[in-house]
Design a protein around this ligand. Structure first.
Ligand code: APR
Length: 234
């Protein structure tokens, strides 16, 4: 089965108004990772971490999918083989564009997690450490987002998809965070053709066979049309 695996990063949501992390003025230039994106930072000051994620959740709720998200949803609907989207993003723009098979390896802003019993539920717009878990009532809720030092979700499933991929594409990711940064090498070793879609070369650009240099909303729709065998307008 000709399986296509697509990894997306913050760059695909940049044109929907959501910030990237490492571009100039990016999220990590305004917030310290160790304060808001590590278990230790959350334990030190949960209110600060909740404020950070509440602000991002509000921005994500106002954002709309762009032409790149829509094109990927079209590819999933029209391609005869399987198209799996693995996203590092915690926004829900792929789903909002109509994508079905989306693996959120770094979790989701829209989900809450109880650190005491592991229960997960739909996150309220504003979360606080005072919120009680709906199941065990402990006041230990946190965003269901994977922090640095924690294990990304559904890795076995992702590795299985990479081993079976005919085509692997990375869209809008800097290739600076593992294990996602290693996916192209894994897919290439299994025989996949690997394409990087990004205005700039990522840190692992050398792992790809092909590069489409441009912004996602400009490049992805034409790329998808080509994959679906549709005539390219001049
Ligand atoms: N279209 C496509 N790519 C873009 C666009 C755009 N319009 N604008 C920026 N980019 C690219 C940048 O060139 C960069 O390579 O998107 C990438 C963004 O890189 P990062 O900010 O590092 O985001 P990402 O790779 O998703 O970060 C991975 O790091 O902080 C953690 O958990 C967080 O999931 C995140 C992970």
């Amino acid at each position: 089965m000709d399986r296509i695996v697509i990894l997306t990063g913050a760059g695909i949501s940049a044109e929907s108004g959501l910030g990237t992390f490492r571009d100039a003025g990016g999220i990590w230039s305004e917030h310290r990772i160790e304060d808001v994106a590590t278990p230790e930072g959350f334990a030190r000051d949960p209110a600060r971490a909740h404020r950070f994620y509440n602000a991002r959740r509000a921005m994500a709720a106002r954002a709309r999918p762009n032409a790149a998200h829509v094109a990927l949803a079209r590819l999933q609907a029209a391609h005869r083989g399987e198209v799996v989207i693995v996203t590092q993003n915690v926004d829900a723009l792929h789903e909002a564009a109509g994508s079905r098979r989306v693996i959120h390896m770094h979790g989701e802003l829209a989900r809450a997690l109880c650190a005491a019993c592991g229960h997960r539920w739909q996150a309220p717009a504003e979360m606080s450490g005072q919120d009680a878990c709906p199941r065990c009532r402990a006041r230990a809720c946190r965003p269901d987002v994977v922090w640095f030092g924690e294990i990304p979700y559904r890795m076995d499933e992702i590795m299985g998809h990479l081993a079976a991929a005919r085509l692997f594409a990375a869209i809008g990711t800097s290739g600076q965070v593992w294990p996602a940064a290693g996916f192209a090498e894994t897919a290439a070793r299994a025989g996949a053709h690997c394409v990087e879609i990004n205005p700039e070369p990522s840190a692992v650009a050398g792992d790809f066979h092909e590069a489409l240099r441009g912004r996602a909303s400009e490049v992805v729709p034409g790329w998808v049309a080509g994959l679906l065998g549709e005539a390219q307008l001049p």
